[in-house]
Design a protein around this ligand. Structure first.
Ligand SMILES: Nc1ncnc2c1ncn2[C@@H]1O[C@H](COP(=O)(O)OP(=O)(O)O)[C@@H](O)[C@H]1O
Ligand SMILES: [Mg+2]
Length: 487
């Protein structure tokens, strides 16, 4: 990324530098040519009369001789002056070269062209000056309408080249320094992002490795601190879940062990003393059966609960008549209620009342609630199932006139394995899982469950289910039941 951005930055600057130095070079060259041409023109005008005199042999008053002009320019180091007459014979040279000889255009171009009346300028690499470009400007000397000779000014381009090269070098150094500075800034910036990200990754690996108590330091750029906070939040939740899982496993083990221990000790007693005391069999075998039933029920309920809680359970929601469900539950429990001397009634305000739900699961819910109500209601009491519709919801209540639940137990009633009194005849078969399952089923239907109870007077479970019509139905609600205080 850094290399890429630097290239993008540096390349245009480099191209610009090269283009600028080439433009400058051409500009300087034009300027030089104009300068030299002006000088040459001036000299040609000055020397024209004396060149005209070469033919007549008479030098007019105040005319400068070619020698005088050439010697005046001798002091200028990088300009060389050559003056030839109309016949093409060199009359004077600032470097004292080839005087008296005819001009030689193979070595110094353009002089003969100027003799025919045309000024010209060329850049030429003279064999005399190795590797040194020279600009030649040839100007005809006019006098009395005649070309009387030619003045040539030669100027090497060495110093010009040096100047442009220096400029280019300065620009290149500037580009280099600039690119370097930007590069360093980019590296520093990238490091400020990458280093915290690497730190975060190490932390995440540590947490993934099982160290759930580890927390990430919240430091660095905004994006990183946000990520760190999220990671910490996630880790906290994992830690809580891990704690719940441990507690769950230990609860389950404990709950399974109690009946197993009882079964084992009763079986052992029968085995040891059963022959001598035959009444032991009659006493213990039914209890063994009851405990085995309870164990089996517990396992079934645990599997049920696990299935519902796994999140894979989505109730098959179909519109169904609530009255029918409640009637079925009442009918199934009618004989038992009669045995117990408890009145079991169904009161539905509207027979057409319907909800969307999984029929079997809803039957399971009310079976559980009625089972509890019958169990904790003494002879002569009443258990009432009722339903009414309110604001798109359907409210179902299961009320009894039983012993009730002491208020301090109410917040825990829906917890797994929670029973108000553990001493309350374990042989009666309670597992403490029934209400946990009830809550899970109701919530998976997008409903809610509440419990109110007054000790000694009775208990009331209130269930709120989404109605079947108009049917804006949540498949899964996150609302906890009101009495629930944890998880
Ligand atoms: N209608 C009720 N009246 C009094 N106590 C109740 C009633 N329903 C539930 N409980 C209490 O809540 C506890 C949990 O009920 P539940 O989860 O169904 O377990 P279980 O019925 O297997 O004991 C019961 O043990 C009981 O103490
Ligand atoms: Mg129960």
């Amino acid at each position: 990324m850094i290399t890429g951005s630097l290239l993008i930055l540096a390349l245009p600057l480099l191209v610009f530098t090269l283009a600028a130095s080439s433009v400058l070079w051409r500009f300087y060259l034009q300027q030089l040519e104009a300068d030299i041409a002006a000088q040459a023109l001036l000299m040609a005008d000055t020397v024209a009369p004396s060149l005209a005199a070469v033919a007549t042999g008479h030098l007019p008053d105040g005319a400068f001789s070619p020698e005088a002009i050439a010697s005046r320019w001798r002091r200028r180091s990088d300009a060389r002056i050559t003056i030839a007459d109309a016949r093409g014979v060199v009359r004077a040279s600032s470097v004292g070269e080839g005087v008296g000889a005819p001009i030689d255009d193979t070595r110094r171009p353009g002089m003969r062209t100027a003799l025919s009346g045309r000024s010209n300028a060329t850049v030429w690499r003279s064999p005399n000056f190795v590797n040194e470009d020279t600009m030649y400007v040839n100007v005809p000397a006019w006098y009395g309408g005649q070309v009387t000779g030619v003045v040539r000014v030669a100027h090497t381009l060495t110093s010009l080249r040096k100047r442009v090269a220096q400029l280019r070098q300065t620009l290149l150094v500037a580009v280099l320094l600039y690119t370097l500075a930007i590069g360093l800034c980019t590296v520093a910036f990238a490091a400020s992002i990458v280093r915290p990200a690497e730190r975060l990754q190490r932390d995440a690996e540590r947490i993934a490795g099982g160290d759930l108590s580890h927390r990430v330091e919240v430091r660095g750029p905004e994006e990183i601190t946000q990520l760190a906070r999220t990671l910490n939040h996630m880790t906290s939740r994992l830690e809580v879940l891990e704690g719940l899982r441990r507690r769950y496993v230990s609860d389950v083990s404990h709950e399974l062990r109690t009946p197993l221990t009882a079964i084992r000790s009763m079986a052992e007693t029968i085995l040891k003393y059963g022959d001598s005391d035959t009444s032991l069999r009659e006493r213990y075998l039914p209890r063994i059966l009851t405990q085995t039933d309870r164990l089996a029920r517990m396992v079934t309920q645990l599997l049920d609960l696990a299935q519902i809680e796994s999140g894979h359970y989505v109730p098959a929601l179909t519109p169904l008549s609530l009255a029918e469900v409640l009637d079925e539950v009442a009918l199934t429990n009618a004989a038992r209620a009669a045995d117990l001397g408890v009145a079991l009634d169904v009161r539905v305000s509207d027979r057409a009342l319907s909800v969307r739900g999984d029929r079997d699961r809803l039957v399971q819910v009310f079976m559980n609630l009625v089972d509890n109500a019958l169990r904790y209601t003494p002879r002569g009491g009443a258990v009432t199932l009722s339903a009414l519709s309110t604001r798109g919801h359907v409210e179902v209540t299961v009320a009894d006139t039983g012993q009730g639940v002491p208020p301090e137990h109410l917040p825990h009633l829906f917890d797994r394995f929670y029973r108000v009194e553990t001493a309350r005849s374990p042989l009666a078969g309670g597992t403490g899982l029934g209400l946990a399952i009830v809550r899970q089923i109701i919530e998976s239907h997008g409903g809610r469950i509440k419990v109110t109870s007054s000790h000694g007077k009775g208990t009331l479970f209130l269930i709120e289910l989404p109605g079947a019509s108009p049917s804006p139905l949540a498949t899964r609600s996150s609302n906890p039941p009101t009495t629930e205080s944890q998880e």
